[in-house]
Design a protein around this ligand. Sequence first.
Ligand code: MG
Length: 208
Amino acid sequence: MFCGKIVCVGRNYRSHAAEMKAEEPSEPVLFLKPASSLIGNREPILLPRSIGRVDHEAELAVIIGKRCKSVGADQALRHVSHLAVFNDVTAREMQSMAKAKGLPWTLSKGIDTFSPMSDPRLIGDVDDLQALDIELKVNGVTRQWGNTSEMIFPVAELIAYISRWMRLDEGDIVATGTPGGVGAIWPGDLVEIEISEVGRLANPVRSL
Ligand code: MG
């Protein structure tokens, strides 16, 4: 499926907002990742040299199946066709420096291979997308654990909010935020994420 854009949601879990020492948002915090950063299951995350600390962020991704603009939350999920497991890989030092200078953090999120995503699962195959366990392991050790019930803004509200401002097209991806426990990855690591009912995503980390 062609992907035009990846819309990401920042600080959508209290546990992650707290660990970033950031306030809980009163409205969804949005940013974009380029579609060129997407890779699939088993493909390597490539870390450019001298990039500093790079973090994993385990997230539920929803894939738009039908174009929507200004859709209400009650109708929003009709426009979602698939769910997937997503890793919002982030060059954390680069992002922190940009934030400190009041500059956009686009580059820290948009590097090639920094958006691993699993094979998509039909939304109809999942019982309740706000009751899914998310677990991320690095080299077999659990680093992140959460449940989509802990989202500050549930998926339907996110789609409604985003589509008020930005049309969502078929194939667009919405990454719905990460629970607490983000941490660094290094060349040689294996990052594995499982979301119950949705699937698994595994990516080795290599230096570029
Ligand atoms: Mg994220």
